[in-house]
Design a protein around this ligand. Structure first.
Ligand code: SF4
Ligand code: SF4
Length: 356
């Protein structure tokens, strides 16, 4: 029997692109705006960057080191320039050209949706939003490795929300699905590829995730209601070195620090913001030297509660998208799926004790 995803895909217009057609399509996209896509970085790593040579774009990749957020919330950004002589200041003019993000995985797309929520609620954040405008996303399927667990947080590999087109690898090329009107216009203007009108005869959704959370994602907020005092936090803190990599590479973390720098002439200066990490000791330090989260166990708990409870209670969505970066790049091999599964065991034991 066909799954819901297969039926959804089967109703969409689709084209077959062989490798040459995909390359020509990338050349066509470059004529429409700045194209950003995964590239190889070193032997085994990948990075999103502007496409200068279409032949360097990688279609089949695990994950990039830095997430897509770097294009909307750069690691370092000037917020304003100031002059101390006349006390004037000006905001740098942000001119954003059209950006097309190519070969994007569904968890990455969903991370941008989470950031959209955080940067639009309350006071909308204009720096983020101006970069976000005029961008479109073309998705691609992927083979999960031992760190991906996006399905466990409710994000299927073929989740199409946010994409205009979606590439699914098939023998000798890709099926390209028209997801929305923007995608339809692109394919119509491009005018190549072979229209496929036969029923789909392959199982799209059957890719196997090795990393899995033991509970359905709907139950995770309930678990987090009961694990604030869990012993798991101390267990993780014994291994953690507090380097902050997990936050800095997280697809949905957005905390930043703001600093004013004055030039050597003591007249001009600029206010800049930098990515920050709640796993760093300095993050919760306040005047007088107090630190609200001076223990690594407190900081780890805060990091996880930001993903599975605090923002989730407001937005209704888990803030972890299961990209696996925090586990893959943690120097202490701390795995977020193991933490959650340990918390589930702790929660289950608590529930059993209550029944007895
Ligand atoms: S990356 Fe690993 S070691 Fe570094 S702060 Fe995060 S959990 Fe701790
Ligand atoms: S918490 Fe880890 S797995 Fe979840 S979105 Fe952040 S980096 Fe990815």
């Amino acid at each position: 029997m066909y799954s819901e995803n297969i039926i959804k895909f089967d109703q969409m217009k689709r084209y077959f692109f062989d490798q040459d057609t995909s390359i020509k399509f990338l050349e066509y996209l470059i004529g429409k705006g700045t194209v950003i896509a995964p590239h190889k970085k070193g032997e085994t790593s990948y990075s999103f960057k502007k496409v200068d040579d279409v032949n360097e774009v990688v279609f089949d990749y695990s994950r990039t080191i830095q997430p897509l957020k770097k294009f909307f919330l750069p690691p370092q950004e000037t917020l304003l320039n100031f002059n101390l002589t006349d006390n004037s200041f000006s905001e740098p003019e942000v001119v954003e050209e059209k950006k097309i993000f190519f070969a994007i995985h569904s968890y990455e797309m969903q991370s941008i949706r989470r950031l959209d929520y955080s940067f639009t609620k309350g006071n909308p954040e204009s720096n983020y939003l101006s970069k976000r405008e005029n961008s479109c996303f073309i998705g691609i399927s992927f083979e999960p490795d031992e760190w991906h667990f996006s399905k466990s947080v409710g994000i299927e590999i073929e989740k199409l929300e946010g994409f205009c087109l979606f590439f699914e690898p098939v023998e000798n090329g890709h099926l390209v699905f028209e997801v929305n009107e923007t995608g339809r216009e692109m394919l119509s203007e491009f005018g190549a590829g072979v229209l496929v009108d036969t029923p789909l005869d392959f199982e799209i959704t059957d890719k196997h995730f090795k990393a899995k959370i033991k509970y359905h994602y709907n139950r995770l907020p309930q678990v987090f209601e009961h694990v604030y005092h869990s012993k798991v936090w101390d267990k993780v803190a014994e291994k953690c070195v507090g380097c902050g990599t997990c936050n800095l590479l997280c697809a949905t973390c957005y905390c930043f620090d703001v600093r004013d720098e004055v030039d050597l002439n003591m007249i001009n200066g600029k206010r800049e913001r930098f990515w920050d990490s709640c796993m760093l000791n300095s993050f919760a330090e306040v005047a007088g030297g107090d630190d609200f989260r001076d223990k690594l166990s407190f900081r780890t708990r805060h990091r996880l509660f930001r993903k599975f409870k605090y923002i989730t209670e407001e937005s209704g969505e888990l803030q972890c998208v299961g990209c696996g970066r925090c586990s893959r790049f943690c120097p202490a091999q701390i795995n977020i799926v193991d933490i959650i599964n340990d918390l589930i065991v702790d929660y289950t034991e608590q529930q059993e004790k209550q029944v007895i």
